[in-house]
Design a protein around this ligand. Structure first.
Ligand code: ADP
Ligand code: AMP
Length: 216
């Protein structure tokens, strides 16, 4: 199954992606996680990406499309994948479609996790993420069992620099201007499904499983 997760920052894409990836045994590919790994390793890609991410802006399409194309060529993506945070622009969506077309495949489902903007600030400022595996927690809505320690891998939980109030506002603007048009794009392809992201994490996951069904 080839799935993309759409939705504003803080909608719960990363949270749901971990659950879906586990349930359907497909790799979870988060462009944000790839960039953060490159930043922590101080690679040339990381240095370039950081300047955009710190401001809440999108990393340029050329860089982003290339890393996703490379990742999708890896063996573990042959049977399917789950893209989280990509595509974020219409150009990225077109590049993805043409890449998949060359391979004789396509996106099966685009899942839009809908959360009104007024929920987002509290979600993002209370978010804590694992430094090692990227798992996402929330101090109030989804706390880790042991404070500051990842339930999944034991890594340290940290607050993302771009989860500050000011940067979150910029990211919501960027979402409305550059990413929201993808809803129309996938609607026209008839593979868009909407999910209410304001429900409890487990309920959102159950609704996603109902949409995806038992195809694995
Ligand atoms: P995204 O990947 O879309 O930016 P995350 O999955 O990191 O979003 O979720 C953003 C924050 O909201 C995290 O702190 C997460 O624990 C919390 N969260 C995710 N889903 C829900 C939900 N259904 N209800 C309340 N909080 C949630
Ligand atoms: P995320 O982890 O998905 O919240 O992404 C964090 C940041 O990484 C974004 O605010 C962007 O700066 C950058 N980023 C992640 N994915 C993309 C993408 N598909 N296109 C451009 N920039 C991206």
């Amino acid at each position: 199954m080839r799935i993309i997760l759409l939705g504003p920052p803080g909608a719960g894409k990363g949270t749901q992606a971990k659950l879906i990836s586990n349930e359907y045994s497909i790799p979870h590919i988060s462009t944000g996680d790839i960039f953060r790994k490159n930043i922590s390793e101080q690679t040339p890609l990381g240095v370039k990406a950081k300047s955009y991410m710190d401001k809440g802006q999108l990393v340029p399409d050329e860089l982003t499309i290339e890393i996703v194309n490379d990742r999708l060529q890896e063996d573990d993506c042959k049977k399917g994948f789950l893209l989280d945070g990509f595509p974020r622009t219409v150009s990225q969506a077109e590049a993805l479609d043409s890449f998949l077309q060359q391979k004789g495949t396509k996106i099966d489902k685009a899942l839009l996790i809908e959360v009104p903007h007024e929920f987002i600030l509290e979600r993002m400022t209370g978010r804590r993420v694992c430094k090692d595996c990227g798992a996402s927690y929330h101090v109030k809505f989804n706390p880790s069992k042991v404070e500051s320690v990842c339930d999944l891998c034991g890594g340290e939980l940290i607050q993302r620099k771009d989860d500050s109030e000011e940067t979150v506002k910029e990211r919501l603007e960027v979402y409305s201007n550059q990413t929201a048009p993808l809803v129309k794009y996938y609607n026209e392809k008839s593979n868009l499904c909407k999910v209410d992201g304001t429900l409890e994490i487990e309920e959102v996951f159950q609704n996603i499983c109902d949409i995806l069904g038992s195809d694995k």
